[in-house]
Design a binder for this molecule. Structure first.
Ligand code: HEC
Ligand code: HEC
Length: 590
């Protein structure tokens, strides 16, 4: 069915509720503690033991909670409609708020893990940026299969013989309801500021609550297909894995509310707003609120991007390493050469659809594009120029009117340069490929491409007769990336090579993890991987079939496969490559 009538229903529901809640004022702040038995859960540590005696780690714990209701002391219930929480142990999201709670004494809390069938069918592209249900926020939406993953639990485990296997549990589908009911003692008053409530989710209980799950190749994964007994067992365990802790005595005085730092916007009042275009299949992006895109700002950014004055000796611009006709990569080069001849150690990344990514560079060391765009300028292996010098050169080159048009005054600063570059880079989008035209029913796949599409989006789960290539776990959705960090098995020991994400977090669980590249335009971005070690798409696909190496940080979604990877036939490998070639944007081909 089409999502539109449903959306309208939800809309009127919101309107109806708005009147009903007028008298409800209090907020309950809920903190969820993640534990494994009596120990705090630390992601990535391979030293938890389940009831069956398996030694395991948890590398991902992401889930949605919704349909909250409080049970009153008198036995009634107060439904808190339209409130959804997204929790993520890895993302540090361990808190949410229950809003519009009436004052009173409550003895129970009900919720569901996941979302109701109605919400599960809403078009994800209509969810506001930043909302817990926005797929770009939670990474839990199964785009082409439809619906959300309610709970994703992944990790590694010690196999006999010493190697590390992976397990990957994705509880989902309307058929698999996960209702939770917890006794608690909660006193809500509207006077004292927010009330606090602690919940605990015990992962040990997901392995051994009602059913004891021992890790074997047969229990290493579930995607909640109909009649998958493992999914049912995990559900029975998961709904009993939560508990509510004793009430926290509210502090005598409410905590002072910190004033939000004023957001500094720079924009000429008469600048023309830039119309940001995106596919109707994409989630809503979070564009920077303090740097609204304007025609003038984008034009200035484009000029700066192509200007060699940004480099120490006037020989190199951003476009030298990010060439438009190679999907903004350094056309065919494994490593780029800096303005003064230094050779880098990583492959230049394509620039497209960056409005959806939260962190930048292969190791995610930049938290925003604004922060990112000035780093190549000062990097000794790249443009190697000081920002003071660049500003001086731009003044001499007559940039003042362009800065005035974008930002209101002629002043040239490094911050304004970063803002203009950020605006331009954000406008580099890719969403008009053959794949998109097939999606919009304006083209059809060849039989081989269709086969590749199916392999890409199907799990490898021989137990249930599924022989796909499992690519969608990390490269899923319309953006073909989860923008998260994973070890895809290039090296047996990440610490001996480029340690990747570890350089930023210094957490050993992040060794050899790199940002998942989007596969849009991938036919144009050779060579492949963070160090460009694979020359062709055929080699990249072959890596996942026979080249995957085990190490403690290998992603569980690859670790659960046989040694080497998914055993695809040569014909199927060709089909995958044919599908990847349909992801080339028409705007990217000169
Ligand atoms: C000498 C070649 C070179 C130059 C010049 C260069 N880049 Fe890059 N760019 C790279 C490489 C290599 C990476 C990956 C580096 C890493 O991960 O450590 C990268 C990464 C990026 C990323 C991160 C993309 C992502 O998905 O995380 C952005 C954005 C970017 N560059 C923009 C720019 C801008 C803007 C300029 C000009 C100010 C520029 N680059 C100049 C080589 C270059
Ligand atoms: C566990 C997550 C994960 C899975 C599953 C996965 N990938 Fe990747 N993929 C990555 C990461 C992370 C990288 C970058 C790794 C690096 O450079 O160190 C990557 C890189 C790639 C690249 C190179 C892109 C570039 O621009 O350099 C291709 C092509 C690719 N993957 C295709 C696939 C295909 C096809 C499948 C299914 C057979 C697949 N991936 C499964 C995470 C994954």
């Amino acid at each position: 069915m089409s999502p539109r009538p449903l959306l309208r229903t939800l809309g009127s529901l919101v309107a109806a509720l708005a009147c009903a809640v007028a008298s409800r004022a209090a907020t309950v702040r809920v903190e969820v503690g993640h534990v494994f038995g009596d120990r705090t859960l630390h992601l990535g540590e391979l030293n938890y033991t389940n009831a069956a005696g398996d030694v395991l780690s948890v590398t991902r714990l992401d889930y949605l909670l919704s349909d909250f209701a409080l049970v009153t002391a008198g036995g009634g219930t107060v439904a808190l409609t339209n409130q959804v929480a997204y929790l993520s142990a890895g993302g540090g999201r361990t808190q949410f708020e229950l809003r519009d709670v009436p004052a009173g004494r409550f003895t129970g809390l009900r919720f569901r893990v996941g979302v109701s069938p109605a919400v599960n069918r809403v078009d994800p592209a209509t969810i506001a940026p930043g909302h817990p249900l926005n797929p770009a926020v939670n990474g839990l939406h199964w785009s082409w299969q439809g619906g959300y993953v309610f709970l994703a639990l992944e990790g590694g485990w010690h196999q006999a013989g010493g190697s590390v296997g992976g397990y990957s549990y994705h509880l989902a589908t309307d058929a698999l309801e996960l209702p939770v009911e917890l006794p608690l003692a909660l006193q809500v008053t509207s006077a004292n500021g927010p009330t606090e409530q602690r919940l605990t989710l015990d992962i040990a209980k997901i392995f051994s609550g009602v059913h004891s799950i021992a890790l074997t190749n047969a229990t290493a994964s579930t995607h909640s297909r109909t009649n998958d007994p493992l999914a049912g067992q995990l559900r029975d365990n998961a709904i009993r894995a939560f508990r509510a802790e004793s009430p926290v005595v509210p502090a005598a005085a409410p905590a002072p509310v910190l004033a939000a730092a004023p957001r500094h916007v720079e924009m000429a009042t008469n600048a023309t707003p830039y119309r940001f275009r995106l596919s109707r299949f994409f989630p809503q992006p979070s564009l920077p609120a303090d740097n609204p895109l304007t025609e003038q700002g984008v034009a200035l950014g484009r000029r700066l991007f192509h200007d060699p004055a940004l480099s120490v000796n006037g020989t190199q611009s951003c476009a030298s390493c990010h060439q438009a006709d190679a999907a903004f990569t350094d056309a065919g080069k494994r490593f780029s050469t800096g303005a003064e001849g230094a050779i880098g150690t990583r492959n230049a990344m394509p620039l497209a659809n960056l409005a959806w990514a939260g962190r930048f560079f292969w190791d995610g060391r930049a938290g925003s594009l604004r922060e990112q765009v000035l780093q190549p300028v000062t990097n000794p292996a790249e443009m190697h120029e000081s920002l003071t010098n660049v500003v001086r050169k731009l003044e001499r080159a007559g940039y003042a009117p362009d800065f005035a048009a974008a930002f209101g005054t002629a002043e040239i600063t490094a911050d304004r340069m970063a803002r203009a570059l950020e605006q331009f880079v954000l406008t580099l989008t890719a969403y008009d490929s053959k794949f998109d035209r097939v999606l919009g029913v304006r083209a059809t796949f060849t039989a081989e491409e269709q086969r590749g599409y199916e392999l890409f989006h199907t799990e490898y789960d021989p137990r249930h007769g599924q022989y796909g290539a499992d690519c969608f776990h990390c490269h899923g959705g319309p953006l073909f990336s989860d923008f998260a960090f994973h070890n895809n098995g290039l090296d047996a020991d990440g610490s001996a090579q480029d340690p990747g994400r570890f350089l930023v977090t210094t957490n050993r669980a992040d060794l050899a993890k790199f940002k998942t590249p989007s596969l849009r335009n991938v036919a144009l971005t050779a060579p492949y991987m963070h160090d460009g070690r694979l020359a062709t798409l055929e080699e990249a696909v072959a890596h996942y079939c026979s080249g995957v190496r085990r190490s403690p940080t290998l992603d569980p979604n690859l670790g659960k496969h046989p040694d080497g990877g998914v055993p695809l036939s040569a014909e199927d490998q060709h089909a995958l490559v044919a599908f990847l070639r349909t992801l080339t944007d028409s705007a990217a081909t000169p």
